[in-house]
Write a new protein. Structure first.
Ligand SMILES: Cc1cc2nc3c(=O)[nH]c(=O)nc-3n(C[C@H](O)[C@H](O)[C@H](O)COP(=O)(O)OP(=O)(O)OC[C@H]3O[C@@H](n4cnc5c(N)ncnc54)[C@H](O)[C@@H]3O)c2cc1C
Length: 629
């Protein structure tokens, strides 16, 4: 009788989803649990630069060479998530590296790089300042971390993995020197999707057997949790608001209940990023980790056509990375102890812009949409050791069988990290199946030729179609093939109803989680930050969901948008925020409550949520909004 180990992957960032995909492709039973939605950690809070490795070529050649290999592999298998822009490295006076030394080091690692004079660099990227005397052209690219992670998760499910979001690991049980079980708690505001334990006959606090395939359950072995039900099998809704639109009808789903469940996998992979030590601590293990917080700013316009990086490691690196119609400017690098310490200093945006406007002066006129922070993590590091990753088998380190923790790396090398972890897990079970993730394209990147052939089929004006296609790749025809009308719901990002409905229906996401729709489609990420389109996205939940559920989902979406805006409120963006408030307070008939935490006791804007903005005048000038420019 065959035996298929059941592996539980903890963490739904790019690393966890890639591990789940790799293991599922190799035929293992996989359950991934993520406490929030996919990309809730560093993956959703990064700059989206697909490193060429050139910036490490001087200091860490093996890392640089791997980086370039992975850059090429991702461009191949995740074509619709990657834009091959090329990039420029501009060394500063403070750098040890020079244009010549970077090019030489790149040659040693087989990374194509070209030394440019200032004039040559400006002909390639006209936004560069006249004062730039030289730069290195490198094969950097841009990558959409949301699209990449979602496509990876989707692929994992296609190979049989189960992805459970809004499911937090709260305990890891160890008995007789082995990990025996994992306790998870489902969020009370989770996915809106049915869960195995919601199905008839299942009970909480139990492992759900999947009796369908006897080959997957060894004699006397642990049982594999059942697969989650698909969209449509939603629990009946509440009907406690008679007479309100969208509130009648017993078939309408409400939020499923929270619940605790004990799973008994054969093996656990801890891929919880900056929280890896906390999660390992649940099993009684401890190990040191390095963490640093990075601030980033999103501009409304796109001041550069390709990533421009200022500085080369070692030392601070600042980069402007174009994404869609915007750019992400980043990142600071400040050590932090707490992975949830995301509220950086009020002057982070100013520090970033002060460094970069000397090289890209147009940034000085850019309207800033939002500031956000992410936490990098990895093993403790010495100079030049950044971007390292470590795979810690707790059998070797702590004498406890059944769990491996992985920390560090970058998004660029996540597939390689996942391959190493999957090799290790398979090796543990004596399984010798080759990794296929370097050659199997992700959903959306399979049939570019077919896609080209159907360009004009869907009656969308070309720019909208092009943007949709950039996001969905070869899935575009399948998603846009709807019976009803397909209006554009978010003009700034060209997102149509069909794409929103596709995101809502995707089993790897949250059925009533509009932030999940946001990360899948980019809707509400434009200049209005949801002001003009969030309610239209929310309206797509009608009539399937009751009004209260829809309002809560809209609140969550706008609150999430608000978090980043409040740190960039001056000039045009302050005016935009005020317009959004007026619009929602008047035409939607409600005073919008920006802080979810204050939902119960506040009906106004939480004014203490604002940053004051930088002081631009003398010492006696009051600090206030809108003073930046
Ligand atoms: C500011 C910044 C800029 C960056 N820029 C780049 C870049 O341009 N290019 C690049 O290649 N890399 C970049 N990186 C690095 C890259 O973002 C990370 O290496 C990568 O996203 C890490 O992914 P991960 O899956 O390992 O971790 P994460 O994305 O953090 O995923 C861990 C997940 O575990 C979940 N979790 C935590 N605790 C629990 C629990 N108890 N139960 C269940 N789930 C749990 C979290 O919610 C989270 O979703 C940047 C990082 C930062 C911070």
């Amino acid at each position: 009788m065959g035996y298929t180990p059941h592996v539980m992957v903890l963490g739904g960032g790019v690393t966890g989803t890639a591990i789940a995909r790799d293991l599922a492709i190799r035929g293992l039973d996989v359950t991934l649990v993520e406490r929030g939605r996919l990309t809730d950690g560093a993956t959703g809070r990064m700059q989206g630069l697909l490193y060429s490795g050139a910036r490490y070529a001087d200091t860490s050649q093996p890392v640089a060479a791997k980086c370039y290999d992975e850059n090429r592999t991702l461009a191949e298998i995740a074509d619709h998530c990657v834009e091959e822009t090329g990039g420029l490295l501009v060394p500063t006076d403070a750098d040890e590296a020079t244009v010549e030394s970077i090019v030489e080091a790149c040659e040693d690692c087989d990374i194509p790089a070209e030394a440019l004079t200032g004039e040559e660099a400006r002909s390639m990227e006209p936004a560069l300042d006249e004062g730039v005397e030289g730069a290195v052209r490198v094969p950097d690219a841009t990558v959409d971390p949301f699209r990449l992670t979602v496509a990876t998760a989707k692929s994992a499910t296609e190979f049989g993995a189960e992805i459970r979001t809004h499911t937090e690991v709260t305990d890891i049980h160890v008995e007789d020197g082995a990990v025996t079980a994992v306790t998870v708690e489902r969020d009370p505001e989770p996915t809106g999707r049915p869960h195995p334990e919601d199905s008839e006959g299942a009970t909480a606090d139990s492992t759900s057997p999947d009796g369908d395939d006897p080959d997957t359950v060894p004699d006397g072995g642990k049982q594999v949790p059942g697969a989650s039900g698909g969209p449509g099998a939603v629990p009946p809704g509440e009907t406690d608001m008679p007479g309100m639109p969208g509130t009648t009808g017993e078939e309408r789903p409400s939020r499923p209940t929270a619940g605790t469940e004990r799973l008994e996998p054969d093996y656990v992979v801890n891929a919880t990023g900056a929280w890896a030590d906390e999660v390992a601590g649940l099993a009684g293990f401890s190990f040191p980790m390095h963490r640093s917080r990075g601030a980033m700013v999103i501009t409304e316009d796109q001041p550069v056509g390709m990533p421009v990086s200022l500085g080369a490691t070692p030392g601070p690196v600042r980069t402007v990375v174009p994404h869609g119609q915007h750019a992400v400017v980043g990142a600071t690098n400040d050590p932090v102890a707490d992975p949830d310490d995301l509220d950086g200093d009020g002057d982070d945006a100013d520090r970033l812009l002060a460094d970069l406007t000397g090289v890209v002066p147009a940034l000085d006129d850019s309207r800033l949409l939002r500031t956000f922070w992410g936490v990098r993590s990895g093993p403790p590091r010495g100079d030049g050791e950044g971007r390292r990753f470590a795979l810690v088998d707790h059998a070797d380190r702590d004498g406890c069988w059944g769990m491996t923790t992985v920390v560090g790396g970058t998004l660029t090398i996540h597939r390689l990290v996942a391959e190493r972890v999957a090799d290790h897990v398979c090796g543990t079970f004596g399984i010798s199946r080759e990794c296929k993730t370097d050659e199997l394209p992700l959903p959306g990147s399979e049939d570019q030729e077919v896609l080209d052939a159907v360009m004009d089929t869907f009656g969308l004006s070309s720019p909208v179609y092009d943007r949709t296609r950039e996001r969905l790749g070869s899935r575009t025809p399948e998603v846009l093939d709807t019976d009803g009308p397909n209006p554009v719901l978010c003009e700034a990002e060209s997102v149509t109803r069909a794409e929103v409905r596709d995101a809502l229906d995707d089993a790897t996401g949250g059925a009533v989680d509009l932030n999940d729709v946001r990360i899948r489609t980019s809707a509400t990420m434009g200049a209005c930050q949801g002001g003009r389109c969030a309610h239209r996205i929310a309206a797509e939940l009608h009539p399937e969901y009751e009004l209260g559920v829809i309002e809560d989902a809209l609140d969550d979406l706008l609150a999430e948008r608000w978090k980043g805006q409040r740190h960039a409120l001056w000039g045009d963006q302050l005016a935009q925020a005020a317009r959004n408030y007026d619009f929602h307070a008047s035409t939607l008939g409600r005073k919008y409550r920006f802080e979810v935490a204050e939902r119960e006791d506040s009906d106004g804007i939480a004014l203490d949520g604002f940053d004051d903005g930088p002081v631009t005048g003398g010492a006696d000038q009051p600090v206030g909004w809108g003073m930046r420019r």
